[in-house]
Unconditional design. Structure first.
Length: 116
């Protein structure tokens, strides 16, 4: 099983990035998928959730700026980030919690750096 995150980079405040998380070995269509982030010196925090029923949830700090989506054919989850702020700087991780085999899977993380 692998969750391959990509799309991170450096951007100025107000800019946009789209993160991708390509899954192999699991089917994202049958599982809730999440994005987390961890800023330097801080705990990992939940950013966005996409359920198999199609509902989405966001941390208050990103609501209205970030959008999580999934492409079940490509078996990939996305995080579209807009109006980025320096406080969005973090390593972003995709996550498949409590998959049908009883495991929780994590991607390797992709670094997003937002400069003011």
């Amino acid at each position: 099983v692998q969750l391959q995150a990509s799309g991170g980079g450096s951007v100025q405040a107000g800019g946009s990035l789209r993160l991708s998380c390509a899954a192999s070995g699991i089917r994202i269509s049958v599982n809730t998928m999440r994005w987390y982030r961890q800023a330097p010196g801080k705990q990992r925090e939940l950013v966005a959730t996409a359920t198999i029923g199609g509902s989405t949830n966001y941390a208050d700090s990103v609501k209205g700026r970030f959008t999580i989506s999934r492409d079940n054919i490509k078996n990939t989850v996305y995080l579209q980030m807009s109006s980025l702020k320096p406080e969005d700087t973090a390593v972003y991780y995709c996550n498949a919690p409590d998959y049908g085999d009883g495991n929780t899977y994590w991607g390797q993380g992709t670094l997003v750096t937002v400069s003011s």
